[in-house]
Design a protein around this ligand. Structure first.
Ligand code: SF4
Length: 457
């Protein structure tokens, strides 16, 4: 299923907020990075902050909200994956989780007001198909009973193409879902064997055909470069085969080897990966996808001409929210599920990553919030600058004043590598720089963080 950028569920799946900046390969991590420990509230103080934010939200009953529903279950834990998911769980565990999700939705509805209109619903963090048809239907019934699904509500789910059934896809469509993301990563059998995720191109064909015949409008396939065993010829064959499937969106991700943090990575041979970490394979993918008519959004998302995101980018309205890229101001995001991330009126918060603690809080009628923080002014400016770079592919110097100067200079210094061009008082991203966009965002964010810490000393 989907990894991170481009598709839904970039950030709200991480179970360890303290590590969000390093854990998420997704560029959006740098937009919504968690502040240092001392700046985040925890415990009852965090719960109170979220209660207040929800109370304020209840005064605008017609303002649509988004639901970020985290489902941390997968059939197996893919070795390259950075997510905290539970593999091969018994149906009783998954059903119990779904039941608590329903309880949490009821709690949230009681706070923000009944039948609140929905702008977006995302099922992600793991694989929605792990829920099974009856649990999925029950979850959707609760959403429909407690919130208002509109014709324009964007509902998307991440599914495992190896496991999802036609019945589940039809059910998702019947429940109002319009988008589905499948993980492909690489179709080269040698690469698949080395990463422990074997799935044939025919299987991907069938999953996409089933999604389309079920009426799901947007099918996204996710790829990854930098994996052990990848070669230029094998990668080109993967891309050619992928293009024959003609997905509506393609997410391009980069594997980063962190065996010290992820158990699965420790089982992969870093030396077997491409020498440049997958950069030239990413460049090849971009070239072939652009030649095939796809349009490039942000760092690693490729969409068709008529895609809302491309239209928004053309009009200068592309935004990068907690959940995904979107057109215009993102709706407030209500976190649902253990370890989910939400954002209400500039307040960011994490649900409890411990499943028993999360369940207990919901069962006792309390918000299962672990931490909450409102980015201070310098962090908000950093966030604006990173978002601007991601969505507009340029960085005006004016956005980097008051504490972001070091970040500006650091990114500007990348002109010598051909990643940016300095044009008057702005930095323009080059095509090469676009492939390094997550790294540039990281440099901007890290420089700003260092400057903040130095300012405190
Ligand atoms: S299916 Fe694999 S890649 Fe997708 S979330 Fe689960 S473990 Fe990660």
């Amino acid at each position: 299923m989907s990894m991170l950028s481009g598709g839904p569920a970039a950030l709200f799946e991480a179970a360890s907020p303290a590590e969000v900046m390093v854990r998420c390969a997704c560029e959006r991590a740098f937009v919504h990075a968690r502040p240092p420990q001392a700046e985040a509230a925890s415990g009852t103080q965090a719960v109170g902050m979220v209660e207040d934010a929800l109370a304020r939200l209840s005064h605008a009953p017609e303002l649509p909200v988004a639901l970020a529903i985290r489902l941390p279950f997968c059939a197996t834990h893919c070795l390259f994956c950075e997510r905290d998911v539970l593999a091969a769980q018994p149906s009783g565990v998954i059903d119990g989780y779904a039941e608590t999700l329903a309880g949490e939705l009821e709690l949230l509805s009681s706070r923000v007001g009944p039948r609140r209109p929905l702008a977006q619903v995302v099922l992600g963090g793991g694989c929605a198909d792990e829920l099974g048809e009856s649990a999925l239907a029950r979850l959707a019934c609760t959403i429909e009973r407690r919130f208002r699904v509109l014709g324009e509500t964007e509902m998307s789910a991440e599914c495992d193409p190896r496991r999802v059934t036609r019945g589940q896809l039809q059910l998702l469509r019947g429940l109002g879902f319009r988008r589905v993301t499948f993980g492909v990563f690489d179709l080269d059998p040698a690469v698949q064997r080395s990463i422990g995720r074997v799935q044939s191109a025919r299987l991907i064909d069938d999953a996409c055909a089933a999604a389309r015949s079920s009426g799901l409008r947007t099918v996204q396939l996710d790829l990854m470069t930098g994996l052990p065993g990848q070669t230029a010829s094998g990668w080109r064959a993967t891309l050619d085969r992928l293009l024959s499937i003609a997905p509506d969106r393609i997410g391009l991700h980069r594997y980063r080897h962190h065996p010290e943090r992820f158990g699965g990575h420790a089982m992969l041979e870093a030396d077997d990966g491409p020498e440049d970490g997958g950069e030239s394979l990413a460049a090849l993918a971009a070239e072939l996808l652009l030649d095939a008519g796809y349009r490039w959004i942000g760092a690693g998302l490729f969409v068709l001409d008529d895609d809302d995101l491309f239209v928004a980018a053309q009009r200068g309205r592309l935004r990068c929210g907690v959940l995904s890229y979107g057109a215009g101001e993102p709706a407030p995001v209500l976190a649902v599920g253990s370890g989910a991330l939400g954002e209400i009126g500039g307040l960011l918060y994490w649900n409890m990553p411990s499943m028993p603690a999360w369940r207990s809080a919901v069962q006792h009628g309390g918000l299962p919030v672990a931490e909450a923080w409102r980015p201070a002014a310098p962090q908000s400016r950093q966030r604006d600058a990173v978002e601007h770079l991601l969505c507009r592919l340029e960085l005006p110097r004016g956005l980097c004043e008051d504490g972001l100067e070091a970040g500006w200079h650091r990114v500007a210094g990348r002109a010598t590598d051909g990643l940016v061009r300095v044009v008057d008082d702005r930095l323009e991203l080059t095509p090469k720089g676009r492939l390094s966009l997550p790294m540039l965002c990281r440099e901007l964010a890290v420089s700003a963080a260092v400057a903040r810490v130095q300012g405190l000393q």
